[in-house]
Design a protein. Structure first.
Length: 260
């Protein structure tokens, strides 16, 4: 069997078999560096090839309509982790990517709200990140407005310019804007465009997140520019739920603390 065909076949079964899992990356408050959220990042725990990053399977999933099942699996991972943290006394936001194909489903909002009820977590602890560079499908506005009415956040991910933000957001109920790592990693050269994006978000009451912060120089610039939050390797690489829980426990002061 051709390699790609084998991947497609295996990928269609991966979500059902529980092979799609999440690692989590910290998102910190730009004022004090405290972890205030985590993002769920997809991994494929392949039985033969080991743990694969999203670059190895998400493009194929988008082409073969396997993205829907993967999206459901990631939503479950995100909500379960938020529930586990809540049970441990640490209520922080968990973000998860949402693809356009998921938003096309008439029952998308119902699925999200059912998952929140099943796991017993407050809607404001969930952030849905819109990753598509093209405009969302017509059904997206209704679905997103429904979940937003219950308190779920909606983030515009990987934004590179004000014009792109306006084009992608349209009439969607966006609550957060994430500036793409390509700008943040060259923030000295791109400072004017980044500042425009921060002003754009502030004028619309949106929270801002700087993606891809890897150096102290970038971190300093992000704070000077007025971002609300930052995310990147400087604050930790993606890690398993167990390691992230341990990291949050250590940040909260260890087992003796009641927060986690």
């Amino acid at each position: 069997m051709h390699g790609n065909q084998r991947v497609v076949r295996d990928l269609r079964r991966a979500a059902v078999r529980g092979e799609i899992v999440a690692e989590f990356q910290s998102q910190v408050d730009a004022r004090d560096g405290r972890t205030v959220a985590v993002e769920a990042l997809s991994r494929w725990r392949h039985p033969q090839r080991g743990v694969l990053g999203p670059q190895h399977f998400i493009p194929i999933a988008e082409e073969t309509r396997s993205m829907d099942a993967i999206g459901d699996a990631m939503l479950r991972c995100a909500c379960r982790f938020a529930a586990d943290l809540t049970s441990a006394g640490r209520r922080i936001e968990v973000a998860v990517n949402v693809a356009a194909v998921q938003l096309e489903r008439a029952d998308f909002a119902d699925r999200v709200l059912d998952r929140l009820r099943t796991d017993g977590i407050r809607p404001e602890l969930l952030m849905l990140e819109l990753t598509e560079s093209r405009p969302s499908p017509a059904a997206a506005e209704d679905n997103l407005r429904r979940v937003r009415a219950h308190g779920v956040g909606v983030s515009l991910d990987d934004v590179r310019s004000v014009e792109e933000a306006e084009f992608r957001a349209g009439a969607l109920p966006i609550t957060e804007l994430k500036v793409d790592r390509s700008l943040i990693q060259h923030v000295t050269e791109e400072r004017t465009e980044v500042a425009r994006l921060v002003r754009f978000a502030r004028d619309r009451g949106l929270r801002t997140v700087a993606e891809g912060v890897e150096t102290e120089l970038q971190w300093e610039a992000v704070r000077e520019l007025g971002f609300d939050r930052a995310q990147g390797f400087l604050f930790g690489r993606p890690s398993t739920p167990e390691r992230m829980t341990a990291r949050l426990r250590a940040e909260a002061g260890g087992p003796a603390q009641s927060e986690l």
